[in-house]
Ligand binder design. Structure first.
Ligand SMILES: Nc1ncnc2c1ncn2[C@@H]1O[C@H](COP(=O)(O)OP(=O)(O)O)[C@@H](O)[C@H]1O
Ligand SMILES: [Mg+2]
Length: 324
C-alpha cells in the first residue's frame, strides 16, 4: 500500500523514529470471519481495536506501568520509549526488548493464539509477556527490518517471498484442527503485509522472521490469507510493471505455501480490495476521522485502482497460476 505512506522505503526497527504520522489501514475481513468494532485495517477495511490512550501531548499514560512490567520480567536497562513507525491503527511503543500496544477488541483470542504459538515453539510471532496495569499488552520486541512503507526491493526477492508463504503455511498448519480455528480450516492473520513482517538481514539478504499485528486474526479459510499475502507482498496494482514476472511470483508464493487449488485466489484478492476501499469510504461517510483522512490522502482511489488492475489482468494471472 505504498501510496498510503508518503515517504519511500522501510526502516530498521532498531533505528526507530520518534515521531510517526500513523494512518489507518482499511482492509476487510474474510467473508465468514464475523464483525468487529474499532478502526478498519488498511489492508482489510475491517474495524479494529480500541484507540490507544494517549494524552494530547502524545505521551502514553501506560508508560509507568510498562516500566514496572519490564522490571518485573527482568528488563534492566531503562531505555527511552520509542514510538515505532509503520502502524495503521495502534501507536506501538518500544521499551528495550518489549513493545507496548493497546489490545484489539478480541484480545483474549489473540492472546490465546500467541500462547499457542509459544507452546508449539513457533517463533513467527511476538511472544505475549502479559498485560500491564493499564490494560496494554506487552510483547517481545522483534529486532529487524520492517518494510512499513512498502514492499521495497530489499524484501522482494523470490526467496524472501517464498519464505513468507512458508511461514504462513506454518501457522496455518499449527492452528488447523485446533479449537482456535473453530469450524474453519485454520486461524487467518487477515492483515499479512510487509509492514506487519519483521525481516532479518542475513548473508543471503532479507528473510522474513515473524509476523506482527495479530489483532484481526480469526478463524478462516487458508485462501483468505494466501490471497491477501499475494496482494500485499506483490503490491498488486498499477505499480506492477511486469505482469508476467509478477504472475510468476504469485505462482511461486502459492507453490511455496502448497496451495493445491489456486482457482479462487484472484477472486479472493478482488474481494479483499473491494472490501478495503468500501470500508474506507463507508467509514469516512460515517464521520470516522481516520477514514476521512485516509480518503483525503487518496486511499480509496489507490485501492480502487488496484482492484481495477487486478480485474483487468485477471485472465493472464489466472492462466499463470493454473499453468501445469
Ligand atoms: N513486537 C514488535 N517487534 C518489533 N516491531 C514491532 C512490534 N510490534 C510492532 N512493531 C512495529 O510497530 C509497527 C506498528 O505495529 P502494529 O502492531 O502493526 O500496529 P498497527 O495495528 O497500528 O498496524 C509495526 O509496523 C512495526 O514496525
Ligand atoms: Mg500493523
Amino acid at each position: 500500500m505504498a501510496p498510503l505512506h508518503p515517504s519511500a522505503g522501510g526502516t530498521y526497527a532498531r533505528t526507530v523514529v520518534l515521531t510517526t504520522g500513523k494512518t489507518y489501514d482499511p482492509h476487510g475481513r474474510p467473508p465468514q470471519a464475523g464483525a468487529r468494532s474499532g478502526a478498519p485495517s488498511m489492508t482489510t477495511g475491517m474495524r479494529r481495536g480500541r484507540r490507544r490512550r494517549w494524552s494530547a501531548t502524545g505521551h502514553c499514560r501506560g508508560t509507568g506501568a510498562l516500566l514496572r512490567m519490564s522490571a518485573a520480567i527482568g528488563q534492566t536497562a531503562l531505555m527511552a520509549e520509542q514510538l515505532l513507525p509503520g502502524g495503521s491503527v495502534n501507536r506501538v511503543v518500544r521499551h528495550g526488548d518489549t513493545v507496548q500496544r493497546n489490545p484489539g477488541d478480541r484480545a483474549d483470542f489473540v492472546h490465546e493464539l500467541l500462547r499457542h504459538f509459544e507452546q508449539r515453539g513457533w517463533r513467527g510471532a511476538p511472544r505475549l509477556l502479559g498485560v500491564d496495569g493499564q490494560g496494554f499488552e506487552v510483547l517481545t520486541f522483534l529486532d529487524g527490518y520492517v518494510a512499513w512503507e512498502s514492499a521495497t526491493d530489499l524484501v522482494s526477492s523470490v526467496e524472501s517471498l517464498a519464505e513468507v508463504a512458508r511461514l504462513v503455511r506454518q501457522f496455518h498448519d499449527l492452528t488447523a484442527g485446533t479449537p482456535l480455528a473453530g469450524d474453519q480450516e485454520v486461524v487467518c492473520h487477515n492483515d499479512l503485509s510487509p509492514k506487519n513482517t519483521v525481516y532479518r538481514d542475513g548473508r543471503e539478504g532479507m528473510r522474513p522472521l515473524a509476523f506482527l499485528d495479530w489483532d484481526i486474526a480469526a478463524p478462516g479459510a487458508r485462501i483468505h490469507d494466501v490471497a491477501h499475502m499475494c496482494w500485499q507482498y506483490l503490491d498488486l496494482g498499477p505499480a506492477v510493471n511486469d505482469l508476467a514476472a509478477t504472475s510468476h511470483r504469485m505462482r511461486l508464493m502459492c507453490d511455496a505455501y502448497g496451495l493445491a487449488d489456486r482457482s479462487g485466489v484472484v477472486e479472493m484478492i478482488l474481494w479483499w480490495q473491494d472490501r478495503c476501499w468500501r470500508g474506507i469510504d463507508a467509514g469516512a461517510d460515517a464521520g470516522d476521522a481516520a477514514m476521512a483522512s485516509l480518503r483525503a490522502s487518496g486511499a480509496v482511489r489507490t485501492v480502487r485502482a488496484a482492484y481495477d488492475w487486478v480485474l483487468a489482468h485477471r485472465a493472464e494471472i489466472e492462466a499463470t497460476l493454473a499453468w501445469p
